[in-house]
Design a protein around this ligand. Structure first.
Ligand SMILES: CC(C)(COP(=O)(O)OP(=O)(O)OC[C@H]1O[C@@H](n2cnc3c(N)ncnc32)[C@H](O)[C@@H]1OP(=O)(O)O)[C@@H](O)C(=O)NCCC(=O)NCCS
Length: 166
């Protein structure tokens, strides 16, 4: 079913759609530390930086619409340049049918090819679906940052996970 959904390296003409998708997921107020998308200018700068810097960043496109994204931002300091931080999301209606697995696999392949050694991420501790996906593709649990997130007055623990390319 997801065969019709293409996974593509992000381009500048995806930015508006990427922002729309991020905004939808952010406004659910359940999964991300964004509660709304940054400005289009900020998103454009982020995407341009990813393209110019070779940071892996893919989007899932269905009928010309961005329905998901996954990016890994490489550490900017010399001693952390082998590390990257992963973020991802899929809009409602496209979840639970293997798209997350396709997206993250494509981005991790690109990260490995780019020479990254470690990929890390944070997930809200109640985001069982995301945590299950990350475990499936090889991430290990490294710890819990207690009450690291607060949304609508509720504290949420943040699970820290990482994967090493050996
Ligand atoms: C998290 C997210 C990226 C996962 O993508 P998805 O397309 O819905 O998930 P998939 O269909 O690829 O499933 C991934 C795997 O997790 C498993 N899984 C899904 N939900 C699960 C659950 N509640 N418990 C255990 N396993 C689960 C699936 O069975 C699948 O494993 P498999 O490939 O071995 O069968 C997507 O649901 C999403 O964007 N959610 C909202 C935003 C979000 O949470 N972003 C991540 C923030 S850290």
């Amino acid at each position: 079913m997801t065969d019709a959904i293409r996974i593509e390296p992000i381009r500048e003409d995806h930015v508006e759609g990427f922002r729309d998708a991020l905004d939808i997921v952010a406004r659910e107020r359940k999964y991300l530390i964004f509660l709304e998308a940054p400005t289009i200018e900020a998103m454009l700068a982020f995407v341009r930086g990813n393209i110019a810097g070779g940071h892996p960043h893919m989007v899932a496109v269905a009928d010309g619409k961005v329905v998901g994204w996954c990016d890994i931002r490489r550490g900017s300091r010399d001693a952390e340049a082998h590390c990257g931080t992963l973020g991802m999301g899929i809009i409602p209606g496209y979840r639970d049918r293997g798209l997350g697995r396709r997206l993250i696999t494509a981005v991790l392949d690109a990260a490995r090819a780019a020479g990254l050694h470690r990929v890390e991420l944070n997930a809200h501790a109640d985001n069982f679906r995301a945590i299950a996906l990350y475990e499936r593709v090889g991430f290990e649990h490294e710890g819990i940052a207690r009450h690291a997130v607060r949304i609508d007055g509720h504290y949420i623990d943040s699970v820290k996970m990482a994967l090493l390319f050996e």
